[in-house]
Design a protein around this ligand. Sequence first.
Ligand code: 13P
Ligand code: ZN
Length: 269
Amino acid sequence: MASIIDNNEALRLQIEQIAEVAGYLWEKGWAERNGGNISVNLTELVGDEVRRLPALMPEIKLGEPVEALAGNIFYVTGTGKRMRYVAKAPFSNGSVIRVNADGSAYEIIAEQPIMPTSELPSHLAMHNFLRARGVNNKVVVHTHPTDLVALSHCKPFLNSDYITRKLWAMIPECRVIVPRGVGIIPYELPGSMDLAKATIKQLDKHDVVLWEKHGILAVGEDIIECFDAIDTLSKSAQIYLYARQAGFEPEGMTDAQLDDLVPAFNLPK
Ligand code: 13P
Ligand code: ZN
């Protein structure tokens, strides 16, 4: 059967990377059942033959319009679909959608009529916000890392400065790989526009946000880098929790040690 990745090497590689990351989310133990979702902007990777594909089902209205995404094409994981199966068969566990000309609705255009994630309105709202700001954002990854969600059950960690400082101080790489730190979103109903709106407010300052008692979300240009940011934060959270389990509060790097990394790695201040 013909596929939109036939004769489009760049698109094939992008879909392969989505599948690769979906596999990591499962292997890491962050994606129980259908936990987590992914959306990737494919607009620059597809030609007119994909942009003009007929819809596979009637268009679906969005509660909030996403004008900056008019005509944009996305791969999105399906609602209720398991990451371990997205890894093996991305087009049987997700679909390709096109936002309409005024950003008020979307259509599924390939490869199968699989309903997008329940978080799609919030993913699109985030893509829209960043595009409207001129940021070349392509990816939203949401997943449920056990260690980071555990920290979100502890009041002091529900403060962006506090959790960022604690996690940065566990290993130098965390300061380098997640230089804009972690934003905190107080608990909201999964899939709700309130959750999306609260998240968007943090995206000026952070590329990664922690949803209290739920999961984490990363935005960026590259899906592998989004995964790396979450993975590094998870590593720091594990070091912190291992130390606590061994009965001691980890000393952490000093302010001076953290500050030295800024010029050494050319990090944003
Ligand atoms: P979906 O299966 O609809 O993507 O929901 C998973 C999830 O993690 C909701 O927050
Ligand atoms: Zn979730």
